[in-house]
Structures are given as structure tokens and as C-alpha cells.
Design a protein around this ligand. Structure first.
Ligand SMILES: [Zn+2]
Length: 288
């Protein structure tokens, strides 16, 4: 009987292809978030400073995630509809602005392709269902946070806090609210303690409050059990990358290295392959 057909009868490859297509579209929107959110925050902070100083903030043109339309950063020409298509638009325009010929950074198609790939992997791993929808949501926010932190050393509250609250809310119907609540609290407090210990010992700030909130959000989604693997993977990857940068002379020893991207990458890996990773970590820690 057709009615008894199980939900997982969706062809996995077809599902992955659909997820990749959705990933291209979402990735295209993430490009806008990555580019505009830090600028929106800066404008807001400037306006608040002006207000505090008792000055009238200068009126500015509308600038948010919707307006103005996507345009060439060099000649301001709005981008033609066909060239707005994710990935394909960039290929059609051969990576250049159609009006002035200035190169469009490969970052844009890269973010789209990356989001598509991560969505497809999540679809193959989780199959069709609510878990996949949740995994895509988490993936999208993590991609945006990773690039924003690389660019600006900021993890905006506008992304980390909703990610945490939605994670806590999603744990209720899934029947794992205690794990999620503990995960959020321990995630925040663990990095908060490291921050203060580091600051008291060295007088320097090793990371930012955004890092605590991001780990809290990951703890809310993945449970407290995921925190140790996430922090270990992120620390090792971050240290290796930091040493590589210092060795190449690209990075001064004293400037903090963005930890957020590594937390995000580690969190994503644990989200997909955590069940396999957790026992391995337990064996590693207990020497068993
Ligand atoms: Zn142009």
C-alpha cells in the first residue's frame, strides 16, 4: 500500500541534489549576510556614538539585507537578474562585472558552492526529515559566522543568540532538553573561565565574548557531550593554523587569531560524525 511507504524511501542521491540546489540559493543569501551584517552593525554603532555625544546622526540611505539591490562594488551598476543566479551567474559573467569589467571576488561563488556541498553531505547523512532541516539551519548560520569572523573578528549576537535559543527550543520536542540546557551553560561558562584565567595571567584578551556564545549555541544543539570534542578539534586546528600564519610571517604574535571559525568547523564535524567521534574521544581520554 502506498500509504505505508516509509519517509526514508526518498532516493538519497535525489535528496542530496535537491539539498545542494537549496544550498546554492541559501549560500547566495549568506553572501549578502556576510557582506552587509558587519557594515549594518558598524552604522548602528556610529549612530549610537553620535547620539551619546549629543549630535544628530547623519541621515543615511537605507542599507540592510534587502535594500539596496546587489550592485557592483566598483561602478555601482545593479547586477542583472541572470547574473544574480547563484554560481551560474558568476560563471555566465566569467567572474567580471558586466558593466565595468572589474573582477568579482571568487569568494561569492565559493560560499555558494560550499553551502551546497555541506547541505548535500547533511542530506546524505541524515536523510529526509526534521533533523535534516535543523542541520541545514545550523550549517547556514555557521557558514555566515565563519566568514564574518575571518573578515572582522566579530561573531554578531544577531546570529549566535538566535542559534542558541532555537537550539534550546528544538531540544524540547526531541526530548533532550536537559542535555541541551547543560550544553548551552557549560559551553558559555567553559570559554568564559578560560578567557578570565588567560586575562588574569597574561593581562591580554585571548578571545571574545562571541566565542562563548557560539559554543553555547553548539552545546544547545549538540548537547554537553559534544563540547569537549568541539573544543579539542577547534583548539588543535586553530593552533596549527595560527603557527602556520606566524611561520609565514603573515600574523603578529600578539594579535588574537579568530577562534570562531574553528569552533564553527569543529561544531559542524561533530554534528555530522559525532556519534563516531565521541566514543573515540572517550577511549583517548581514558586510555582504554
Ligand atoms: Zn562594475
Amino acid at each position: 500500500m502506498l500509504i505505508d511507504a516509509p519517509v526514508h524511501a526518498v532516493d538519497p542521491l535525489l535528496l542530496a541534489a535537491g539539498a545542494a540546489l537549496l544550498g546554492l540559493l541559501i549560500g547566495s543569501f549568506l553572501n549578502v549576510v556576510i557582506h552587509r551584517l558587519p557594515r549594518m552593525l558598524e552604522t548602528e554603532w556610529r549612530a549610537q556614538c553620535e547620539e551619546l555625544a549629543g549630535r544628530e546622526p547623519a541621515p543615511a540611505a537605507r542599507y540592510d539585507l534587502i535594500a539596496p539591490r546587489s550592485h557592483c562594488p566598483a561602478c555601482q551598476t545593479p547586477i542583472r537578474f541572470l547574473h544574480l543566479l547563484p554560481l551560474l551567474g558568476w560563471l555566465l559573467a566569467r567572474g567580471r562585472c558586466a558593466a565595468c569589467g572589474v573582477e568579482i571576488p571568487t569568494r561569492y561563488p565559493l560560499v555558494e558552492a560550499l553551502t551546497a556541498l555541506l547541505f548535500a553531505l547533511a542530506a546524505l547523512h541524515f536523510g529526509f526529515g526534521w533533523t535534516l532541516a535543523a542541520a541545514m539551519l545550523v550549517t547556514a548560520v555557521l557558514v555566515a559566522l565563519t566568514f564574518i569572523d575571518f573578515d572582522t573578528q566579530l561573531l554578531p549576537d544577531q546570529l549566535t543568540l538566535p542559534l542558541m535559543w532555537v537550539g534550546l527550543a528544538a531540544s524540547l520536542p526531541a526530548g533532550r532538553a536537559p542535555d541541551a540546557l547543560l550544553g548551552a551553560m557549560a559551553g558559555y561558562l567553559s570559554l568564559w573561565s578560560v578567557y578570565w584565567a588567560f586575562k588574569l595571567v597574561t593581562g591580554k584578551e585571548g578571545m571574545g565574548y562571541g566565542d562563548f556564545k557560539l559554543l553555547a549555541a553548539l552545546g544547545a544543539w549538540l548537547g554537553w557531550q559534544a563540547l569537549v570534542p568541539i573544543v579539542l578539534i577547534a583548539s588543535v586546528a586553530g593552533a596549527v593554523a595560527g603557527l602556520a600564519l606566524i611561520a609565514r610571517g603573515d600574523h603578529a604574535r600578539d594579535t588574537p587569531i579568530a577562534f570562531g571559525p574553528w569552533l564553527a568547523i569543529a561544531g559542524w564535524l561533530v554534528m555530522l560524525w559525532g556519534e563516531g567521534l565521541l566514543p573515540a574521544f572517550q577511549r583517548l581520554l581514558t586510555g582504554g
